[in-house]
Design a protein around this ligand. Sequence first.
Ligand code: FNR
Length: 188
Amino acid sequence: MSKIKIGVFVGSLRRASFSRSIAKAAAALAPAELEMSFVEIGGLPMFNQDFDDDGTTPEAWVRFRKEVAGLDGFLFVTPEYNRSMPAVLKNALDIASRPYGKNLWDGKPGGIISVSPGGLGGFGANHQLRQPLTFLNVPLLQQPEAYIGNVADLLDEKGGLKNESTRSFLKKYMEAFARWVGVVSGSR
Ligand code: FNR
């Protein structure tokens, strides 16, 4: 049976991003039926409807839209910026939601893991992200919720997981995510 293609979208472009480290750890713990691939969003020009209207759609948008269209589901791993999601992630959502009537996120399952060096675990970003994803018709895994707080204490200097409890939580999360992807995909 062919694998289910899941795109991983990281809301940080920082070289030493904690979020990317957590995303890599989560992807590595995904059940075998999921094929996890990272979708790079840092080089996407800022959304401007004129590009599509004028027939000057940036090549990077074309490639990105094609990539999103080829996925079966989405895992978003994001830090919190000013109690919200980083602009780079919102930009990616907007680009693949347009032109009007061509929402490429539509009906495919998603999961969200928020990450922070602070104690609140990026709760604000996690829930802000749920708002556009609800409108874009991405059915989201509800439980377990994943707010990874105090992340600097959980990773070693190479970005690897330091303790078994984080590993076990991410594994459980990815198993629940895979079940959710199965439920949503089966009903499409
Ligand atoms: C932050 N940071 C942050 N952290 C948090 O928990 N809540 C917040 O609202 C904010 N706001 C915020 C705004 C901006 C503009 C920056 C640059 C940072 C801190 C943030 O969590 C920290 O820099 C993380 O390390 C960013 O994630 P990555 O890059 O390590 O994945």
